[in-house]
Ligand binder design. Structure first.
Ligand SMILES: Nc1ncnc2c1ncn2[C@@H]1O[C@H](COP(=O)(O)OP(=O)(O)OP(=O)(O)O)[C@@H](O)[C@H]1O
Ligand SMILES: [Mg+2]
Length: 377
């Protein structure tokens, strides 16, 4: 059942008792707000009380922007709903409340984060709020450690593995982050002038071996509940609140992937603000603060803590490098860079990002602390 603006009010009314949000006779109005690629997202509000609203997200059995010829299993919303439940259990302040989930129709009804903005938009505008990395570091530290294999009995760990065996979405990420950008592929695109750098990457055997290793870690390590798509467009912020959305890629995997993506997108922003030393210095602090908060919140037997956090750190650095590279030469670019109008400046920034991404991938094991990481910038 594919919902649309006209059918959503009736769909919600028929379920108003389970959803427990609107009065049974409320006149509901819906508008499409989703700017994403994969799913439909609507805001629905009570005509008499417009501030009384919810967000309805539905996954069609295909990629929304490409249409029915491009199938994608709608059970991706089952993983989003399941992860929202776990997030609510361990870090409820960091996610929207889930009001209702319909697995047959692949629909989630959730809290409307009205008045929030995407973190990416703030960073593009040069607004770097230090409480955001603290909150996201805290969110990751709590969720990762509370779902970490070493902290669980084997039955609970098996249950996480089973509940979050999101293999289709995981393999899409594996292709688009670790493989396609570094081969001839129809979805790749990049600025004129980067051809030589791209050719060098594609023929750098040492780099390609690192990329294969990181891909293998991504696909096989099963350590904790990983959001799987925690870039700055999956976080909404308002005042000093930060909320994590869009966890349809959630899987049981190497948790450093979340930190890596989060850092990489701050780093992309860092390079996009070349020439603005104030913003760049705030971004460096944000990267440090993410890790400081993460390590404080990460609860584990003290004997295991140093070793565990070291592994997570080095993997995060490598994943951050891969994410930076693919956002410049792969299928999915970021607004932070694409919005740079001056072509020459953009090319020079992109060249520097490729250099730094490559450095992170190759040197991840030699970068020992988050301070060393930002000093390398
Ligand atoms: N709970 C919410 N409250 C307010 N706005 C929201 C909420 N959830 C999503 N949005 C808005 O809808 C947009 C799309 O949501 P989301 O990222 O979950 O969709 P998606 O189709 O899965 O995106 P993608 O193609 O990036 O995977 C968000 O960028 C945000 O602007
Ligand atoms: Mg999504």
């Amino acid at each position: 059942m594919e919902l649309n603006r006209e059918t959503i009010p009736q769909y919600l009314q028929e379920r108003h008792l389970e959803i427990g949000f609107f009065d049974s006779d409320a006149e509901l109005i819906s508008e499409e707000i989703g700017d994403g690629n994969l799913n439909f997202v609507y805001r629905v509000y009570d005509a008499a009380r417009p501030t009384c609203s919810v967000v309805v997200k539905q996954a069609p059995p295909y990629i929304k922007i490409l249409g029915p010829d491009y199938p994608l299993p709608p059970d991706r919303l089952t993983y989003e709903s399941r992860s929202l439940k776990i997030y609510n259990q361990f870090a409820s302040q960091a996610v929207p409340t889930q009001h209702y989930f319909d697995s047959d129709a692949a629909v989630i009804v959730m809290e409307d984060l009205r008045g929030y903005r995407l973190l990416r938009d703030n960073l593009v505008a040069g607004i770097v709020d230090i409480t955001v990395p603290e909150q996201i570091g805290c969110f990751m530290g709590k969720v990762h450690s509370q779902t970490y294999t070493e902290n669980l009995d084997s039955t609970t760990a098996d249950k996480y593995r089973e509940d979050f065996g999101n293999t289709v979405m995981q393999s899409i990420t594996a292709d688009y982050v670790f493989t396609f950008p570094f081969m001839e592929h129809e979805t790749n695109f990049y600025s004129d002038g980067l051809e030589l750098d791209v050719k060098r990457l594609k023929t750098d055997d040492v780099f390609l071996q690192h990329a294969r290793n990181l891909k293998s870690i991504f696909l096989t390590e099963q350590h904790g509940l990983t959001h799987g798509d925690l870039h700055t467009g999956s976080i909404m912020v308002k005042d000093d609140a930060a909320k994590v959305i869009d966890s349809e890629f959630a899987f049981y995997g190497p948790v450093g992937f979340d930190i890596g993506l989060f850092w990489a997108n701050y780093l992309l922003s860092y390079f996009s603000h070349t020439g603005n030393t104030d913003v760049q210095s705030e971004i460096k602090t944000a990267i440090i603060q993410t890790w400081e908060t993460y390590t404080e919140e990460f609860e584990i037997d003290p004997i295991l803590k140093t070793r565990t956090l070291n592994t997570i750190f080095h993997e995060a650095v490598g994943f951050a490098g891969m994410e930076m590279l693919r956002r410049i030469i792969g299928a999915a670019h970021v607004k932070d860079i694409e919005s740079i109008q001056d072509k020459e400046k953009k090319l020079s920034i992109e060249t520097n990002i490729l250099k730094f991404g490559l450095f992170l991938v190759k040197e991840r094991k030699n970068i020992t602390t988050v301070y060393k990481l930002v000093e390398s910038l």
